[in-house]
Write a protein that binds this ligand. Structure first.
Ligand code: AMP
Ligand code: MG
Length: 408
């Protein structure tokens, strides 16, 4: 058996980020920058008011209070997006709205709550200091600042910053297009009740959704019979010189273990440069990984839980690397087991499907999410974490267990 970290390292050797492309900001969320983002202007570009109120000279408010107001004439109104018609003189006020430029001659803003308008005058009810409620030009960014660089994952706030400095498009690593197909004669069911020996294809919907959740584009290549010619035709439609619907990576499920009808294995052995691994984990021991006409292909095991766990451990980190991410693992934490988590010693690391709940103090607690068979997908659906149980006999109630959080 291949140790897990060795299998992961074997795969990582063949995976690299996709070439950068230019995309509009509206399509860039979650993608990884491949350029510097620079502010050509200061942000904010001009001094402006943080409050609705009155622009004044601070010196004019000396000694002002609600019992001893200072009354000055209001000589103009400045809205956001406008500029004052003239400079403010000593002994004057201008009504000003949040975001409007500070008029020349003013050095403070007194908020509207500390004033009382009377006809064309305003009573100032408090003393303010020079600079009060003024956001100076360049308070956020100086002109010429390199704000973000290659490798930065574009969050909603990043996109806002890019827009504020005038970017409409950015250079990012492309979202991989990932072909997904299922194989197995037992899956060829009609709309009617299941025939003898038949089950429905659950892997494709799960894997397609995992691919999309990772931020990639899933290309659904359908359900294939256990038939060499059909499998080869599907592969050639997705990769290589004759591809009609080319993808950047391929994920199959089923047909890669030791059975007599594991045709995916036969086709890939012939067409691809493959590694057939028995990884020292449970579930998801069989794994095929290789390059098929220059494109990485993951042959995940057929059992539904195995295919999802295998995706988590091998395919997802690779897809994130292709997107240019440097951090490719799910968040890990330590949790306390609410019940014994037993397992036999078998030379494998076990990944138990668990429900993890945070206590108010941040401690995680875990309990089994249900049946732990590799065909028991309901427990995977209920789980929000995988508990990593190293080789051995497991832990007692209250024991400490490392968990991989699946929903963050
Ligand atoms: P295989 O790796 O093809 O031998 O499949 C292992 C087990 O997973 C068998 O019980 C298959 O019926 C089941 N299986 C394979 N593919 C799927 C699928 N797409 N959806 C649900 N079960 C599957
Ligand atoms: Mg099969």
């Amino acid at each position: 058996m291949t140790p897990l970290d060795e299998a992961q390292a074997r795969i990582a050797r063949d995976i690299s980020p996709l070439a950068p492309i230019e995309v509009p900001l509206s399509e860039a969320r979650g993608l990884v920058l491949a350029q510097d983002v620079t502010s050509s202007e200061a942000i904010p570009p001009f001094a402006n008011t943080a409050m609705d109120g009155f622009a004044v000279r601070a010196a004019d408010t000396a000694g002002a209070s609600s019992s001893n107001p200072v009354t000055v004439p209001v000589v103009a109104t400045v809205a956001a997006g406008a500029v004052a018609p003239r400079a403010l003189e000593a002994g004057e006020a201008m009504r000003i709205m949040t975001g409007a430029p500070i008029p020349d001659g003013a050095d403070a803003v007194i908020m509207v709550e500390l004033t009382e308008a009377v006809d064309d005058n305003v009573k100032l009810l408090a003393e303010v200091e020079v600079g009060n409620h003024i956001r100076p030009a360049g308070d956020d960014l100086d002109a010429g600042t390199v704000i973000f660089g290659p490798g930065e994952v574009l969050s909603p706030a990043h996109l806002g910053v890019c827009a504020s400095v005038g970017y409409e498009t950015v250079l990012v690593h492309a979202r991989p297009r990932v072909g997904v197909f299922s194989t197995g004669d037992e899956l060829m069911v009609g709309p009617a009740p299941l025939g003898p020996g038949q089950i429905r294809d659950s892997n494709r919907p799960s894997i397609v959704a995992l691919v999309e959740e990772a931020g990639c584009v899933a290309v659904n290549l359908g359900l294939l019979r256990d038939d060499e010619a059909e499998i080869e035709a599907a592969l050639r439609s997705a990769v290589g010189p004759d591809a009609t619907n080319p993808v950047d990576a391929l994920i199959t499920s089923g047909g890669v273990s030791m059975g007599d009808f594991d045709f995916v294995k036969r086709v890939l052995s012939r067409l691809g440069d493959m590694n057939w691994m028995q990884v020292a984990i449970k579930p998801a021991k069989p794994l095929a990984f290789g390059m098929l006409m220059g494109t990485p292909i993951f042959g995940l095991p057929g059992n539904p839980v195995s295919s999802m766990v295998s995706f988590e451990l091998f395919a997802r980190p690779s897809l994130l690397t292709m997107m240019g991410r440097s951090s490719t693992s799910r968040p890990v934490a330590f949790a306390l087991a609410d019940e014994p988590m037993r397992r036999p010693a078998d030379g494998k690391t076990h990944f138990a499907r668990v429900i993890a709940s945070p206590e108010p103090d941040g401690t995680w607690r875990i309990r089994s999410a249900g049946g732990q068979g590799s065909h028991q997908l309901t427990a995977m659906a209920r789980a929000n974490a995988l508990a990593v149980l190293p080789d051995g006999t497991g832990v007692d109630a209250g024991g400490r267990v490392q968990i991989m959080l699946l929903d963050q």
